[in-house]
Design a protein. Sequence first.
Lengths: 507, 507
Amino acid sequence: MGKKIKRAISPTREENYAEWYQQVIKAADMAETSAVRGCMVIKPWGYSLWENIQRGLDKMFKDTGHKNAYFPLFIPLSYMEKEAEHVEGFAKECAVVTHHRLESDGEGGLKPAGPLQEPLVIRPTSETIIGATFSKWVSSYRDLPLLINQWANVVRWEMRTRLFLRTTEFLWQEGHTVHATSEEAVEETLQMLEVYREFVEEHMAIPVVTGKKTDSERFPGAVDTYCIEAMMQDKKALQGGTSHFLGQNFAKASEIKFQSEKGQEEYGWTTSWGVSTRLIGALIMTHADDDGLIAPPRIAPLQIVIVPVTPKEETKEDILQFCRDIEASLKATFYHGQALRVEVDQRDIRGGPKTWEWVKKGVPLRIEVGPREFEEGKVFIGRRDRESKDRYGESKEDFLNNVTSTLDDIQKNLFERACQFQKENTKKIDSKEEFYEFFTPKNQKKPEVHGGFALCHWSGESEVEEQVKKDLNVTIRCIPLDKTEEEGKCVISGKPSRQRVVFAKSY
Amino acid sequence: MGKKIKRAISPTREENYAEWYQQVIKAADMAETSAVRGCMVIKPWGYSLWENIQRGLDKMFKDTGHKNAYFPLFIPLSYMEKEAEHVEGFAKECAVVTHHRLESDGEGGLKPAGPLQEPLVIRPTSETIIGATFSKWVSSYRDLPLLINQWANVVRWEMRTRLFLRTTEFLWQEGHTVHATSEEAVEETLQMLEVYREFVEEHMAIPVVTGKKTDSERFPGAVDTYCIEAMMQDKKALQGGTSHFLGQNFAKASEIKFQSEKGQEEYGWTTSWGVSTRLIGALIMTHADDDGLIAPPRIAPLQIVIVPVTPKEETKEDILQFCRDIEASLKATFYHGQALRVEVDQRDIRGGPKTWEWVKKGVPLRIEVGPREFEEGKVFIGRRDRESKDRYGESKEDFLNNVTSTLDDIQKNLFERACQFQKENTKKIDSKEEFYEFFTPKNQKKPEVHGGFALCHWSGESEVEEQVKKDLNVTIRCIPLDKTEEEGKCVISGKPSRQRVVFAKSY
């Protein structure tokens, strides 16, 4: 007791949060930087999380009537110019293709050649190129709603990048839909926000606040932007996904018109919505601890790893067979509609480093089987949501019978833990002094302490947003959807307000 | 009899093969050209085929020990220069990013700004960027074999493009592996070729010849390139996939080195292999007919469509319920490990156009249920591999009991039909005169008739390849793997030869 436990990740969250994040990614072997500025290599463990995100979301998109398609990587410069706010929002971060071949530079090297008549922008998002296509697909109300999704890579030239959170190239999905009425488009926007909330909370065990962005944080060209906001362990907010009601802005820019039931020509109402590999960053910063990643069972690349411990040659084959039998039973077990993901780790390395590797990778359940367990028909179980010393034995039969409920219990435990953290660090604040103190405590020792979510009245003035951004680097993350009307006064300006909004520092 | 049947696709294959191909894609709503030169939009029906290709191959890759990862879209120019043959092969078709933002051009428009210090090439293939990463991942023989696959988009600036067959941007997978020995790398190369053969033949019902490319057709930088070659209905060859043994060429270019078991530093042996959305073009040109696409059941976006025919309001709901019951039974039926893909088409459009839409889209089984079928507990069945008038009735129970074997029968039938076509148009040719006649028949009426596969002796001289390419636009598609040694004389030069190779015109 009182003795400091040695942790697998150094520095710890408390010592240096930003560096801890990088070290978790390294320890779990999830991603690394590449030779290309700001672009990452997503390693198999990290990519497998993305595959599971894709599989889960893709099913939910299809269940709500959406179909996948694929549109060009390139956007002609002239298309970008069609929506004024949109191009202004993205102009500073566009990678531009200007040539279509290479030729000798006369010094043994190569130089770009074959200049393009019109430069091509690599999609930072696809509203304009998809809009141009939709204008051909839509001609009558019978063609609506048009419900399309694309899984793709996009490029936004970022000056300061961090693995998963902000990279020049990232992977994402972008839904694009067209509707006959404003009401239907708003309904779609909110439906997809709800899909995101459900997926992120139930599959990834990340609690979120759903809400609407203020005008200053809207997507360039949107009428309304809705978002899910999660709280990371450093108490900063992370925007996990957005759903935009685009009104008729892009329909007008791209000439998406249809003949209504009454025979009139009208512009369509469009939406777009997306989540990206950034969600993996959110997963890490919600669940990982000072021993590495903790992967919620529903999304984990591996849900169970079986480690045979075979000190003696004579019992080795028996123990391996015992493990393989367990593996076979687990692989035949369904968990939330899919066969369990399980592996017997037979590699010839020592037990300690082997176990720690799986701890760092965040596998929810680790099973060890040594000579004693084999003799007694038992398994020794380590749950990643508990302390590593906190292991327990169970008969093989009980383990197999309980395994899906054990996994569900881990999933639930991770979610509740994160909910508790969010709750503890969310505070209603009604005075300006307390607001400033919340985000810059006088007794602050570490720069990584960021207050949390401040629920405050806001008058609706953009001046207030500008001021707290300048003073504290705090922004309004969202105007919560589940708000209850409440009279009050803006925490900064003192002007009348009818709602509390979420203020926080953010990624 | 004798009366010409009206077909859904105009022109027919015989009338104008190239235009027929475009019209099938249009009729089946699979893809279209975009505003960006050479880039296509893959529409939901076409993309669904790609999703099914991905799902099938991805499982086979994982079953053979490969893991997915993701590498940057961009390749620094200096990386491209590392392998001399490689850069020469791709220099003429590289899209080059030279700027990272847009700014006002002073005339109300935008121009590229923020020039990059080093231009970035958009990956035409990823050997160099992945090689640079692998050099960090590999340090000991214990790290080998390294078995990685990537699903990605690539860009090759093509001057003449055709939907699916040759587009500037396309979707593909590229496997990249590193091995400790030459033997293991060759074994991997051939294993993946066999994975492609099995997938393309068994899932897509496309018969292929497996073989090795001649030096002139090798992948730039490879030691040996292996391929699968299929015969299209115009008798031209289409390369469906390639698997490259790269020797130590790229390992040396990228410094992929490892400490061997004996403690010596050695270069790794690498492979790469890929298939692309081009396979969809192969699928169309193997199976489609003058009524549109025919999708083999294992790969079909929808395997069964149920069309209720409801002429009278009073029986409408009963018939719809009967259809929905069948749909539910089918969705609970597994076919090659997956739930059947089925849909009830309740759209309020006339029966004729509705049926023809599904014919053109190539759905393997169409089920119609009208008042009479409902009364008798029957269904009326149309198989897409048979003439459209060739339909039959079956009791609902029999249909449901037989459905998976019916689908297997369609799959088998399509494959056998394609095998038969390939066989009929493959000919052993031993004289130069016959060879020239085979590829330019004197009685030729249409430019689309291309002879077929000529199995001929070849001396190994590249001059022969140059000559037949110049004279006939014919190339050696491959040196078949299953060749039996046979003494002979080169069909063109008369020099001694020990093997027959496949000559053909090609896509």
